[in-house]
Design a protein around this ligand. Structure first.
Ligand SMILES: Cc1ncc(COP(=O)(O)O)c(C=O)c1O
Length: 395
């Protein structure tokens, strides 16, 4: 189990929403250090090392990497504005809240977009994707990897193959998947992706890492790209022309950035494969234990994300009551459903530092206690499932 959880993590409240996550001790310490300049020799070294760590993490060998200051949305908007204009078409997988947000972003930039609608929690119909791609040239296909609103993963490898078959670019939202689920961008033909510091990466909110293939960025017609901050050509120009001193176009909080880098170092100290395995184990255990309690997960088991679980309680119990009970009686914070699923489900984050057996057991025990009297669930069985399925992590 290595360093998980560190002693700081054992304190309540337990923040088990699907991001931001609580910070590991070393990350929090770095964040609290005195501020330092966001330029100069020392800063450039930190910045370049961070880019290298991210390039390795996204598994995009020759990626141009831009650790942008801002939330995940800034990465999303940067890829939309840099790659597309009103003269372009795009296709978007719209089967959850964040798929819909991608669509909204494309609409805001007046990009003509085709949505592949799917039931929330169900994978997209790939035949429908192919139908659209074979009928119309779209410049880019957008998909969310781990759909945080439904706890499901979209079939990124299959979408990458299909997208490339029809000569389009493939852009992935890796906000709740990077460093929690496998995402080998080169192997899965992902051309550009963005993430956010505050989820599986275990950093404070505030950095949106973006990767893009150089062959794409270098051949974009500059006249077509709108915007300045979210224009990746701006970031690229600063990286080259100001690279020795100030490799990013604006101020970045040195504390947030350096704390984020420490969080990335922790990923590599644990080892990426080991970390993915930890998420796999904890994700499965959450779903197994919640089923024992009478919950139904929103996606099918084969489509479930190992970084966030979305599940419906048995019919005689209301999800918001459980959420409130966890908070009021146990000091445990989880999330509820968004828009279409509001009031119907619980969403529990198990990402980065929160993918651990102790947090899992505390939630399952607390839910078992809140659900006493429910006909459907079996609290003891749920604890047994949670314990036995994570045994490898506690040995
Ligand atoms: C899949 C996904 N995409 C995008 C975002 C937006 O990230 P941010 O709130 O950092 O802008 C989130 C946030 O939860 C997310 O889960």
């Amino acid at each position: 189990m290595g360093d998980y959880p560190s002693p700081d993590r054992m304190k309540t409240p337990r923040l088990l929403i699907p991001g931001p996550v609580p910070l590991e001790g070393r990350v929090a310490e770095e964040l609290a250090k005195p501020a330092s300049p966001h330029y100069g020799k020392d800063w450039v070294a930190t910045y370049r090392e961070t880019q290298d760590l991210l390039r390795t993490l996204f598994r995009m060998r020759d990626a141009k990497v831009f650790p942008m200051a801002g939330p995940g949305h800034v990465g999303m908007e940067a890829l939309v504005t840099t790659l597309l204009g009103p003269e372009d078409k795009a296709l978007v997988i719209d089967n959850g809240f964040f798929g819909r947000r991608l669509r909204e972003m494309l609409d805001a930039h007046q990009v003509e977009a085709f949505s592949i609608h799917g039931r929330w929690g169900s994978p997209p119909d790939l035949r429908r994707v192919e139908e659209v791609l074979s009928g119309t040239y779209v410049r880019a296909v957008f998909a969310v990897h781990s759909e945080t609103s439904t706890g499901m993963v979209n079939p990124i490898r299959e979408l990458g193959n299909l997208t490339h078959e029809y000569g389009s670019l493939f852009v992935v939202d890796a906000v709740s998947s990077l460093a929690g689920l496998p995402l080998p961008c080169d192997d899965w033909k992902v051309d550009a992706a963005f993430a956010a510091s505050q989820k599986c990466l275990g950093g404070p909110p505030g950095i949106a890492p973006v990767v893009i293939r150089p062959s794409i960025l270098d051949t974009i017609d500059s006249d077509r790209v709108r915007g300045w901050y979210t224009n990746l050509r701006t970031w690229d120009r600063f990286s080259e022309e100001w690279g020795e001193w100030h490799p990013q176009p604006t101020t970045i909080s040195s504390n947030v950035f350096r704390a984020f880098k420490v969080a990335l170092e922790l990923v590599f100290e644990e080892g990426l494969e080991r970390r993915l395995e930890r998420h796999r184990t904890v994700g499965r255990a959450y779903r197994g234990a919640l089923r024992a309690l009478g919950f139904t997960t929103v996606p099918q088991e084969e489509d479930a994300s190992d970084t966030v679980t979305a599940a419906r309680p048995p019919e005689d119990i209301e999800a918001p009551k459980l959420q409130e009970g966890l908070r009021e009686k146990f000091d445990i914070f989880v999330s509820g459903g968004l828009t279409e699923l509001a009031g119907q489900i619980l969403r529990i984050g198990h990402m980065g530092p929160t993918a651990n057996p102790e947090d899992l057991l505390s939630v399952i025990e607390a839910l078992g206690s809140l659900m006493k009297g429910s006909e459907t669930g079996n609290a003891e069985k749920a604890v047994e499932v949670a314990t036995s399925m994570t045994k490898g992590l506690t040995d």
